[in-house]
Design a protein around this ligand. Structure first.
Ligand code: ATP
Length: 242
């Protein structure tokens, strides 16, 4: 682990009943890097996100963002330190407009409604939803909902963005646009941790990968190296081919 990294998770552990969902997992991410978490179903990927965002408490371990120990903070306090997330299953406010959904993200910082609206519009243009601003969120396709989630998360002005399956359920032609969008966020200096089942997306985007299995870190390194690891090939590619 790199000392002084922008984000550090040290020995994260949580158990649900008898199951060690996340077991002594440590990793660190440099500022402006994309760090990918891979692993089969039930490996502990989403639970790791829940621990970082504060949705569930740690049994033990430490989480540090830019020198701030965040593990004692509530989810809203963590959001104020700059942690934002998107969800595997998108959860927009269905009956609010697309624009209003993004304004909800701006509320965290407060300020005049007019400037929140301006910011929401700028973000929606940036994620390619400029023409949908006035539509109700429930009218969006899966790919458009993923873009809306990104805009909502960006409205909190995150320093660390947790992306859970950005391309999951998205039609094939929309995937390259989403990948470009994530790369642009990294280029703007946002640090990103991404969970993604699509191997091509992951190896194309991530600077480093960590592979989890049954809550435990199996390996971590540059994508090409992780993808050559025999147990990773066995576990991941084996199950993907099945
Ligand atoms: P997937 O790729 O299927 O989303 P994952 O790697 O994200 O899987 P997790 O959702 O983190 O895996 O689950 C890790 C383990 O913890 C699983 O055995 C799961 O059943 C269990 N688990 C997760 N959340 C809870 C919970 N709230 N209560 C009880 N068990 C849970």
């Amino acid at each position: 682990m790199t000392d002084g990294a922008f984000f550090t998770a040290s020995n994260l552990s949580v158990r649900f009943g008898g199951i060690a969902a996340v077991n002594e997992v440590s990793f660190s991410v440099g500022q402006g890097q994309i760090f990918g978490i891979l692993g089969p179903n039930g490996a502990g990927k989403t639970t790791t996100f829940n621990l970082i965002a504060g949705a569930i408490p740690l049994d033990s371990g430490k989480i540090n963002l830019d020198g701030i120990a965040v593990n004692g903070l509530r989810p809203d306090q963590r959001a104020r330190t700059g942690i934002a997330r998107t969800f595997q299953i998108t959860q927009p406010f269905d009956h609010l407009s697309v624009e209003e959904n993004v304004m909800v993200g701006c509320l965290l910082r407060g300020g005049p409604i007019a400037s929140m609206r301006d910011e929401a519009r700028t973000l929606l243009e940036a994620v390619g939803l400029g023409s949908k601003m006035r539509d109700e969120a429930r009218r969006l396709s899966t790919g458009q909902r993923k873009r809306l989630e990104l805009a909502r998360a960006l409205a909190t002005r995150p320093r660390l963005l947790l992306l859970d399956e950005v391309t999951g359920g998205v039609d094939q032609p929309s995937i390259p646009g989403l990948i470009d969008l994530v790369a642009k966020l990294r280029d703007r200096g946002i640090t990103i941790i991404i969970i993604e089942h699509n191997m091509r997306v992951m190896t194309g985007l991530a600077d480093r990968l960590m592979f989890l299995n049954r809550g435990t870190k199996l390996t971590e390194g540059p994508p090409a190296e992780v993808m050559r690891h025999p147990e990773v090939l066995n576990l991941y590619l084996g199950s993907a081919h099945a």
